[in-house]
Design a protein around this ligand. Sequence first.
Ligand code: ATP
Ligand code: MG
Length: 180
Amino acid sequence: MYLKSIEVQGFKSFANKICFSFQHGVTGIVGPNGSGKSNVGDAVRWVLGEQSAKSLRGGNMQDVIFAGTANRKPQGFAYVAITLDNADRALSLDYDEVTVSRRLYRSGESEYRLNGSPCRLKDVNELFMDTGIGQEGYSIIGQGQVEKILSGRPEERRELFDEAAGITKFRKRKAAAEKK
Ligand code: ATP
Ligand code: MG
C-alpha cells in the first residue's frame, strides 16, 4: 500500500483545486518559508479525521478553509481527498484503490466519503486502525513528535506499539464493551 495522490481544494493556502501525484519511493516537498509545505501534511492528517484545530495550527476547524488573500476571495469550503494504492489489500476493502475524502463548509456542515460513498468518521477510523496510518498512527511524524515519543509516559508509548502490532482494534472494542 502506498499514497498515490492528494487532492486539495480550498484547504488552507490551496485555493485552487490541485492534485499531488506520488510514485513509489521517496518524495521531497521543498519551497520557501510559508509556501505551504506543512499544509500538505496537515491536509493528510485532516482527511484522516483530525479533530483538533490546534494541532492543525488553527483556532477553530473553519480556519482550514482558504481565508482569501489581497487579490483572491475566500472559499466556501475546504476539500481534501487522498488515494491509496490497495493492490495488496492492506486495507480491508476489496478495491485496488481506496479514496478517502473530507469536506467542510463554513456553516460547519461536513462530510466524509470512502470511494465516493458518504460515510462516518468512525468508518474512516476503523478502516485505518492498526495500519499505522490513521488518527493515532505513526505514519505522520510531526516536528517535535520524536522528542515526545522518547520522553513520553510508558502508557503513551505502549499505544504506539499496540498500533504497530495491530492490536489497537481489540483494545478499542474492549473499552467500548466495558462502557456498555
Ligand atoms: P515553513 O518553511 O516556515 O515551515 P511551510 O512551507 O511549511 O513554511 P505552511 O506552514 O505550510 O508553510 O504554510 C503557511 C501559509 O499558509 C501561511 O502563508 C498562511 O497564511 C497560509 N494559510 C494557512 N491557513 C490558511 C487559510 N485558511 N487561508 C489562506 N492561507 C492560509
Ligand atoms: Mg513548515
